[in-house]
Ligand binder design. Structure first.
Ligand code: GLA
Ligand code: ZN
Length: 651
């Protein structure tokens, strides 16, 4: 069964509208609603007084319509009485400012008091509905750590951070040694002297900043796992557990793969445009988010919030054009989403999200968006077996949260952005319409043909060794700049010539480096097959000396004409590319085609902004075709209207 539905907030409307709303939702073609994730006060209006009668009524109504339910545990929005009684649950920003009641998710993950209250409402709720047949899934909390809520500098967090370090390091001397606290005379005599990295003059020790990031991840994930365990103990056997991942996952302070480990499946909230954005994020950036979510548990996933209307709190922006939101839905299904709910049934008239538009607007008219969702639900239902099928990729892009946090602790180039550097290397393969897995670097990647390793400045022996055997066994590896610069303690290694642990693999050494800016792009000189392809680098450059590698591009500015910028090294049966700077698209496109041909990976040519995603089921191909542009495009002898999407069956 493919679950198709909407996020429904019955408590936002007069009780007598429930029948009408559920009727309208049913006629939309929906078979599921998500409810309850923000309704703690309704279930516990006063401390210890649990009352589920409102949702008992809603569930009776829902069952009359034969709809299923995903129920959210309401710990993202705690009641005012709790904040009033226990203000220590409130999180604190880096300037010591308490985040007051009135927003959401402003709880401290390290508050034992909050864990107690949150655990209790979660247990009471799930126990109450453990035998409720209509409830097929529990969503734990809502978008953990989103909107800056993964960071807190309160005293509880500070003392637990020191405890975390005392448990991790055998002694404060060991920590001093590892962190190099001899620098600026910062040697600690005791763990109780170690600060939380609040604002200071100049900047904090890189190892401290990395450990603080790891501690934030531990704080968010241990809270998540504690709540999830309570749900798992209390729930019925017919009920699954998930949580909804929010966008901006590489900008968060917690490891998402670790976060969703105890879940039965991942859910994602897909908003290609949000807030004051003038236009949606690029198609490849949206596609990457799907491949990331599929990669979290290496399985297909749900979308529990798919955008239909414009969204924003105090500021909104771009309005999705007719069929554009439907097209984004097809893109999601293509990349492994197997069940989808739209956010939200009707836009709220009161509260902070008056301008988060839904399927139905405040005028309660079933208009264009209603019909667009209805047509999507009608069309997609016939493809259940395709949506449930496994996506087998031959290419993977690796990421590592320690590496991401290492870059965030020192970005080195003012224009460095991890998301952009990962997309820079993901895009050329996306444009050739091949499936790509976006996975944690500690995951096994031996089964792929191509492994892309963007700006992996943090490298340990294990990763270097796995890449070495992958390449020598016939795989193709693509590294980009600053590879292998640091160890897992976020420090450089004395006497090491970069790229350090993978110098042999790349067949180059880094002789000098320079931080560039986006505007300051440097022209390169292409060699051999690349002589006619204009190349430039911006953001950063490694000045490379080829040791065994072939040079694909040289720099050509004064003093540096002899240095290599892009190289290719043959290793065993495989090859290793080193991209020494923020390279432009044309050379990367040519390189991707060269690699796909060398590795005999089939790819599909399509016009710009036309995405084609092939899914195979029992020897039949299903091509998901998405026109991401406002222009008519043609593909496979078809005219694609602006923002059109369809599935072409190819036996
Ligand atoms: C998020 C949240 C929802 C709502 C929407 C608004 O994804 O999960 O509660 O705030 O965004 O777009
Ligand atoms: Zn805190």
């Amino acid at each position: 069964m493919t679950y198709l539905g909407v996020d429904y907030y019955p408590e936002h409307w007069p009780k007598e509208m429930i029948d009408e709303d559920l009727q309208g939702i049913k006629e939309l073609g929906a078979n599921i609603v998500r409810i309850g994730e923000f309704a703690w006060h309704l279930m516990e209006p006063e401390e210890g007084q649990f009352d589920f009668s409102y949702f008992d009524h809603v569930l009776d109504k829902v069952k009359e319509q034969g709809l299923s339910v995903m129920f959210g545990t309401p710990t993202a929005t705690f009641p005012a009485w709790l904040a009033h009684k226990e203000p220590s649950i409130l999180s604190v920003d880096e300037n010591g400012q308490t985040r007051v009641f009135g927003g959401r998710r402003q709880y401290c993950f390290n508050s034992d008091i909050y864990r107690e209250y949150a655990g209790r409402i979660t247990r009471k709720l799930v126990e109450h509905y453990s035998s409720e047949e209509a409830i097929i899934s529990w969503q734990v909390d809502n978008e953990f750590g989103h909107e800056g809520s993964d960071m807190c500098y309160c005293d509880q967090c500070h003392s637990k951070f020191q405890q975390y370090l005392a448990e991790k390091y055998s002694s404060v001397e060991a920590l001093n040694e590892k962190w190099g606290t001899i620098f600026w005379g910062q040697t600690y005599n005791d763990f109780s002297e170690i600060p939380a990295p609040k604002p200071t003059v100049t900047t904090h020790n890189p190892s401290l900043k990395l450990e603080w990031a790891r501690f934030r991840s531990f704080s968010v994930n241990s809270f998540t796992h504690e709540m999830t365990e309570i749900v798992r103990e209390a729930k019925g056997s017919h009920q699954d557990i998930t949580t909804n991942v929010s966008g901006g996952f590489f900008d968060k302070w917690f490891d998402h793969a670790e976060n969703v480990k105890p879940m039965d499946y991942v859910s994602y909230d897909n908003y290609p445009v949000w807030g004051g954005l003038e236009k949606p994020v690029p198609p490849e950036a949206i596609a990457m988010t799907h491949d990331f979510n599929r990669g979290l548990k290496d399985q297909n996933y749900w979308i529990v919030e798919e955008l239909m209307g414009a969204q924003g709190h105090d500021v909104i922006g771009y309005l999705p054009r007719p069929d554009q939101a439907k097209m984004w839905s097809y893109q999601a299904f293509a990349h492994g989403c197997n069940n989808m709910l739209y956010f939200r049934w009707r836009g709220m008239t009161k509260g902070a999200e008056q301008f988060c538009y839904g399927v139905v607007d405040h005028d309660n008219v079933y208009g264009r968006k209603y019909k667009e969702v209805q047509s999507l639900f009608t069309d997609i239902q016939q493809y259940e077996r395709v949506l449930e099928s496994r996506i087998e990729s031959e290419a993977a892009v690796l990421y590592d949260y320690d590496n991401i946090w290492s870059w965030r602790s020192q970005i080195q180039s003012k224009d460095f952005d991890f998301n952009e550097e990962l997309l820079r290397m993901y895009r050329p393969f996306y444009k050739r319409n091949i499936p790509i897995d976006v996975i944690p670097a500690d995951r096994d990647f031996s089964q792929y043909k191509v492994v892309v390793v963007p700006v992996m400045q943090m490298m340990d022996e294990s990763l270097a060794e796995r890449l070495r055997s992958f390449a020598s066994g016939g795989g193709t590896v693509l590294f980009s700049f600053r590879t292998g610069l640091k160890g897992k303690d976020n420090n450089l290694r004395l006497g090491e010539v970069l790229p350090g642990l993978v110098r042999d693999l790349t067949g180059v050494r880094v002789e000098e480096i320079e931080s560039l800016t986006k505007e300051h792009a440097l022209e390169l000189r292409g060699e051999g097959d690349f002589a006619q392809t204009s190349g430039t680098v911006s953001v950063w450059r490694d000045l490379l000396v080829a040791e065994t590698a072939e040079v694909l591009y040289h720099y050509q500015d004064q003093f540096y004409e002899d240095y290599a910028a892009v190289t290719k090294n043959e290793v065993g049966k495989g090859s290793v590319y080193y991209i020494g700077g923020g390279l432009n698209e044309a050379p990367l496109d040519q390189m991707a085609e060269q690699i796909l041909e060398e590795r005999q990976i089939e790819y599909i040519d399509s016009p710009e902004d036309v995405e084609v995603y092939r899914r195979e089921v029992d020897g039949t191909s299903y091509l998901f075709v998405m026109n991401h542009s406002p222009y008519v495009k043609s593909f496979d002898g078809r005219q694609l209207q602006p923002y059109a999407s369809e599935i072409i069956k190819k036996s």
